[in-house]
Ligand binder design. Structure first.
Ligand SMILES: NC(=O)c1ccc[n+]([C@@H]2O[C@H](COP(=O)([O-])OP(=O)(O)OC[C@H]3O[C@@H](n4cnc5c(N)ncnc54)[C@H](O)[C@@H]3O)[C@@H](O)[C@H]2O)c1
Length: 252
């Protein structure tokens, strides 16, 4: 068994939050398993981290809508590394269509990636954490879970709200096994890909007129909170939801 704590991050190889979390946990000393639906980028990030930290990082291509693949991924991590200490369910998907016009396909894909993907990650990681009597899970939700807004689309908002309920019940079931489960609700965390989803007006003046701190969020803003939540310093924190939105939409 490896001495280092082992963390699995889903959707870890993109341009945004997942990669920032992966880099941060690697810098914190975790043995991070890079998983992502994009096979090439997944391996590239693991190779980059291996070179940077001079120790081997594992990459496992993983689409979180594939239950069998998630089960196999967690089993492979335990077989290869001997332990599983942290899971960050980061994968998300959204397409904005009004409820009155939404296709069932859009609804279903959102639920599959954002909600069922988070469930499946926990479903196949928790048994190992329970066996170890320790572990920490962080689920990446969104302020869309509780905003009264048309900005995110109902399927995404409903799925991300589901993630919060799932987080609380999973926390209640597993605290006595030494496993903590928390969620983060990011506000706008900039990456170029978002330009394909949101209209230009969404970004106009966001930093000046909406953010209370005069800037748009960066992936590292989420990574620092994940770093804290999975650390022993957060040992009394479970079942909680933390907003990171520059004050745009505080939770409470
Ligand atoms: N960016 C934001 O403003 C924002 C705001 C609130 C919440 N979030 C949430 O944060 C998380 C990360 O978002 P991000 O925008 O930083 O993107 P990201 O860069 O972390 O994720 C994109 C990556 O996800 C991968 N991916 C897509 N579908 C997948 C699937 N089915 N299985 C596995 N991997 C898949 C892609 O290959 C890509 O590499 C998501 O859950 C998102 O809903 C983002």
């Amino acid at each position: 068994m490896t001495e280092r704590k082992v963390a699995v991050v889903t959707a870890a190889a993109g341009a945004g939050i997942g990669a920032a979390i992966t880099r941060r946990l690697a810098a914190d000393g975790f043995d991070v398993v890079v998983t992502d639906a994009h096979e090439r980028r997944c391996k590239e990030l693991a190779d980059e981290l291996s070179a940077e930290h001079d120790r081997p990082f594992l990459s496992i291509p993983l689409d979180v809508t594939d239950a069998a693949a998630i089960e196999a991924c967690m089993a492979a991590v335990v077989a290869d590394r001997g332990r599983l200490d942290v899971l960050v369910n980061n994968a998300g998907w959204s397409k904005i269509e009004p409820v009155a016009e939404m296709s069932l396909e859009t609804w279903q894909r959102c639920i599959d990636v954002d909600l069922t993907g988070t469930f499946l990650g926990m479903r196949y990681a928790l048994p190992q954490m329970i066996a170890q009597q320790s572990g920490a899970v962080v689920n990446i939700s969104s302020i869309a879970a509780y905003e009264t807004s048309t900005e995110h689309g109902a399927a995404y908002s409903a799925a991300k709200a589901g993630v919060l309920a799932l987080t609380r019940v999973a926390a209640a079931e597993n605290g006595r096994h030494g496993v903590r489960v928390n969620a983060i609700t990011p506000g706008l965390i900039y990456n170029d890909f978002l330009r394909k989803i949101y209209p230009e007006e969404f970004f106009d003046g966001y930093a000046e007129s909406r953010s209370l701190v005069g800037r748009i969020g960066q992936p590292e803003d989420i990574a620092s909170l994940v770093s804290f939540l999975v650390s022993d310093q957060a040992g009394y924190i479970t079942g909680e939801v933390y907003g990171v939105s520059g004050g745009v939409h505080p939770h409470g």
